[in-house]
Design a protein around this ligand. Sequence first.
Ligand SMILES: [Zn+2]
Length: 268
Amino acid sequence: MRITQLMRGALLAGTAGAVFLFERRRRARAYVERRSTHAGRNLVVAGLAAATVHTLETPAVMPLARLAASRRWGIVGKLRGPNWLRDLAAIVLLDYTLYVWHILVHRVPWLWRFHLVHHVDLDLDASTGLRFHAGEIAASIPWRAAQVVAIGVTPRALTVWQSLTIASVLFHHSNVRFDERVERILSWIVATPKMHVIHHSIDPTQLLSNFSSGLAIWDRLHRTARFDADPSDVTVGVVGHLDPEAVTLPRILELPFSTRDLPPISHG
Ligand SMILES: [Zn+2]
């Protein structure tokens, strides 16, 4: 089956629309900043990230995926079985290695400088899910290339995984409160808004938990899952960056290059 632009567009527009509605009707937390200021700033950062994907990541990674498919590279390339099953295995492995990458951007100091831009948002909603510094996107390209080669990711698997990941990221960053029981069931399958707001907490030990971006199983397998806070009670942000004046658009764009010491987080 071919994955058409229309299917991708429908998935992403449908998810964005549903999240937008839920954020109006079932909001978990009041906004610290004006919502329009917050969303506008995040969309500018997201636009720069999207431009980096378009101009740097896709031209580097997509040809590699074509090569990986034609030469049967990587773990999945060596497997027998129908194409759809091998693509499914590739998508699961891409999701797992994204979990590993997320831990790396928290643990490696220079990567944390870029990932910090995502975390210093004082509010957490779907727009935060798109707010990654262009430098973090650029830094992730060699990792993405390694994923494609080592796993043996085909262009179709890559496209489907990218779409599912964006949909999942919009969902788990959303400022939405679900019924406790629904949340508990969902959290066995995918990263949920409750899990992810704990990851965005100002509490440094909560910050080093809930790294999953798609399937929630990775956090459970590696014992990095935490559920010990109510989504409405979490204070979002990073200690040392809680003043709204310190997280304006120009300040966050230059944050990775700041010469002042950034708060250490490589502990815990
Ligand atoms: Zn993070």
